[in-house]
Ligand binder design. Structure first.
Ligand code: ZN
Length: 329
């Protein structure tokens, strides 16, 4: 049984909107803007290069992409992107993430090697990653390591080499005091065994639950509970919005996981959430509002509660500086 069951009704804590802006200050026709943090956005990939500047500007204004000539505006809420965490998958994309993070104040980078890319990673690549992890924190723009993990869906790299990189990255996370972004595809049991063994003996640098996040979580309620106990957050994205019964375990996790360990993400340009699946050319950060909407349904909470709480969670885990509370004009 989920030890922390019943927490869904607890207070979601202080929202990050300005304390003087009470509900009565906001006219009914002007819903309060909701500041989203997409904690897993591959905007450093080619898919975003041709319109990056305009796209990031539009995201901060809360302007959705067009679908068949119509705006995908949410009729009730005005979400906008107040923070983006951009993971690396290899050295080049990690450096690109860092470059974007230094250029845009609402963008933050994770550096690391995706399990499907580690066969090409050299020792020099790894050492550059280590250097970034230690050198950059003064700028507060490299906020995590990753993504790292295990992937048995694609057959690009022997699992032993994937595991070596995962263990090196976990160790670096402790040494550099950075959370780790974990990818797991068809490897949930192997990931659990690896993390369990690693943290059984690893010295922690604080008592905070700050190991990192298992992004696009797809495991069982039992695995979720163990990850929470180890000190991880769970990233929810497109999967939890899908209506197929094969995701019912995940709906159960989303109902029961402690509210202060949930992060929102897109994994864009992949995993477009329902009901936009198949309708967008690429997924993008603003669609996290549909993930928030689904979590709100499952947890019997309001969308603003979910957005404000998950944004606070991202700020806490990644030690982000204060983020915009309103869209840019
Ligand atoms: Zn990813």
């Amino acid at each position: 049984m989920w030890r922390l069951n019943g927490q869904k009704s607890r207070s979601v804590g202080r929202v990050i909107t300005h304390p003087s802006k009470t509900k009565t200050d906001v006219p009914m026709s002007q819903p309060r803007p909701l500041p989203l943090v997409d904690t897993h956005a591959h905007v450093n990939l080619e898919d975003f290069s041709f319109d990056l500047e305009a796209f990031l500007d539009r995201s901060q204004r809360g302007i959705f992409p067009e679908i068949k000539g119509r705006q995908t505006t949410d009729p009730v809420f005005r979400p906008f992107i107040s923070g983006l965490i951009v993971p690396g998958v290899d050295l080049a994309s990690s450096l690109r993430a860092v470059e974007l993070a230094h250029k845009y104040d609402f963008v933050f980078a994770a550096v690391g090697f995706h399990p499907n890319h580690v066969s090409q990673a050299t020792q020099d690549d790894w050492e550059e990653c280590v250097r970034l992890a230690f050198d950059d924190p003064k700028s507060n723009k490299i906020v995590a390591l990753g993504e790292t993990g295990l992937d048995c869906y694609w057959d690009y790299t022997p699992i032993e080499r994937q595991r070596d990189f995962l263990l090196q990255t976990l160790d670096l996370g402790l040494r550099a005091q950075l959370p780790v972004v974990i990818h797991s595809r068809e490897t949930n049991e192997e990931i659990m065994a690896t993390l369990r063994d690693f943290y059984a003996t690893a010295p922690r640098y604080s008592s905070e639950p700050n190991c990192g996040v298992v992004h696009s979580f797809s495991g069982t309620p039992e695995q979720a509970e163990e990850l929470i106990d180890l000190g991880f957050y769970l990233g929810f994205g497109g999967f939890v919005t899908y209506t197929s019964k094969k995701f019912s375990d995940l709906w159960e996790v989303a109902k029961r996981v402690p509210v202060d360990r949930i992060l929102l993400e897109t994994d864009c340009p992949f995993l477009t959430p329902h009901p936009l699946r198949g309708k967008l050319e690429r997924n993008e950060p603003l669609t996290t509002i549909f993930v928030a909407k689904r979590l709100a349904e499952l947890r019997d909470a309001s969308i603003p509660e979910i957005v404000n709480q998950t944004t606070q969670n991202a700020i806490r885990l990644f030690k982000l500086p204060p983020l915009r509370e309103t869209p840019i004009d």
